[in-house]
Design a protein around this ligand. Structure first.
Ligand code: ATP
Ligand code: SF4
Ligand code: MG
Length: 381
């Protein structure tokens, strides 16, 4: 583990300076040490059936996921529905146990002897869910919901209440008006602000936001995104931001991780991912976005067919059944995402990015999708 950390440190020192936070007294390893290091994380959900209710298979929800999160950055996670984003988030905060793999938080291995236990992890790493109702107790006034975490961790009632009021102020809700209200007396946007305040009550270092703004209308979404940006600077936070909305991810993220069928297929700085994707799946996702110009159309549909069954994914590259560049080697061998510890790198798990893979396009850049010519009237406009 020590060698791995040293290797990462060298790589992280080369990462963009804007990803490095200002000094934090809770910071143990310094800015070069990743806040979160996830290696080969795996979660299969067993499927049982038959007369004896035996295990007949498993949903490979998260299958060998490795990545690092640099202190102070926002790492966006995108991918189609069912690709394992929420399962990954739940594994990271310890809501479900992993089958294998490791999680290291600021140099401390989670759940290992002499490492960090789950209680300590939850103090440092909190989650905000999409469903703002499900995370709030309908029978508690919101000040008590926010104060609940600090109370459980031994803070006095008065101090926890004062923290709750301060956080309500920080998220833009006047405590004298909102503290005694119950969740049903709040709008969706206000509830999500309360959830963010609740997540901050234990002074965590990192927030996982799982589709946290997806249920909000566009104007409220923009307000909450700006609030998240302000809180990140004010509380020196690091974010893992999960969303299916690529525009939102492009706005808020420093780096982006793309998942497909339980695996990481591409990771890199946000501009590189959005302007020069390396993986055909990422390119297809980007092409699936609604274009501002209705005449900007591609020749072939960006993505055809449904994702394969996660119980029995295709051999080799899992994207091969939908990839227009698939060749024999793609069925025979799974492409690897080498060098993932380097936070400044732009990497893709595709045989086309590996010169030694044997793919006929190995080493060549991924071409842009062919665009249809615009109608004459649109060209003249
Ligand atoms: N408790 C569970 N038992 C069995 N299968 C599960 C369980 N939770 C998730 N899955 C399966 O794991 C896969 C990944 O689900 P997950 O919720 O992580 O996807 P997601 O990427 O968050 O999707 P979405 O974008 O729709 O939220 C899916 O095939 C899902 O059906
Ligand atoms: S490895 Fe092959 S099938 Fe997979 S994305 Fe690359 S070219 Fe397509
Ligand atoms: Mg989800």
């Amino acid at each position: 583990m020590k060698t791995a950390m040293r290797r990462f440190s060298l790589a992280a020192r080369r990462a963009q300076p804007r990803l490095m936070p200002r000094g934090d007294p809770r910071d143990r390893g310094g800015p070069a040490q990743p806040l979160l290091l996830v290696e080969k994380l795996r979660k299969y959900f067993p499927i049982t059936g038959g007369l004896l209710n035996r295990r007949i298979g498993a949903v490979k929800a998260v299958d060998g996921v490795s990545f690092a999160v640099v202190k102070g950055e926002t790492l966006g996670i995108v991918g189609e529905s069912g690709c394992g984003k929420s399962t990954l988030a739940r594994l990271l905060v310890g809501l479900i146990p992993s089958d294998s793999g490791s999680i290291v938080f600021d140099g401390d291995a989670v759940g290992r002897p002499h490492g960090m236990n789950l209680r300590e992890l939850r103090r440092n790493l909190q989650m905000v869910f999409q469903d703002s109702d499900a995370s709030l107790n309908p029978r508690l006034p919101i000040e008590e919901s926010i104060a609940y975490g600090p109370r459980v961790h031994g803070t006095s009632r008065a101090a926890a209440r004062s923290t709750a009021h301060d956080l309500l102020r920080r998220v833009g809700l006047r405590p004298e008006l909102f503290a005694p209200r119950y969740p049903h007396e709040l709008s969706g946007g206000q509830k999500q602000r309360v959830n963010i305040a609740r997540a901050l009550a234990l002074s965590p270092r990192m927030l996982i936001l799982d589709e946290a703004v997806s249920a909000l209308d566009k104007s409220v979404e923009a307000q909450v995104l700006n609030l998240l940006r302000y809180l990140k600077t004010h509380f020196n936070l690091t974010y893992l931001f999960i969303s299916h909305d690529l525009n939102v991810v492009q706005y808020i993220a420093d780096r982006v991780l793309v998942m497909y069928l339980g695996q990481v297929v591409e990771i890199g700085p946000v501009d590189a991912i959005f302007h020069a994707p390396k993986h055909p799946y990422t390119r297809a996702l980007l092409e699936s976005r609604l274009a501002a110009d209705p005449h900007d159309r591609v020749e072939a549909p960006p993505l055809v067919g449904d994702p394969p069954n996660p119980i029995d994914p295709p051999s080799g590259c899992r994207f091969r059944t939908r990839c227009s560049f698939a060749e024999e080697v793609c069925a025979a061998k799974a492409p690897r995402l080498g060098g993932w510890r380097d936070a400044s790198a732009h990497l893709a798990a595709c045989h086309m990015t590996d010169r030694q893979s044997g793919h006929s396009r190995a080493g060549q850049a991924l071409p842009s999708a062919t665009r249809l010519p615009k109608p004459v009237e649109a060209q003249l406009a």
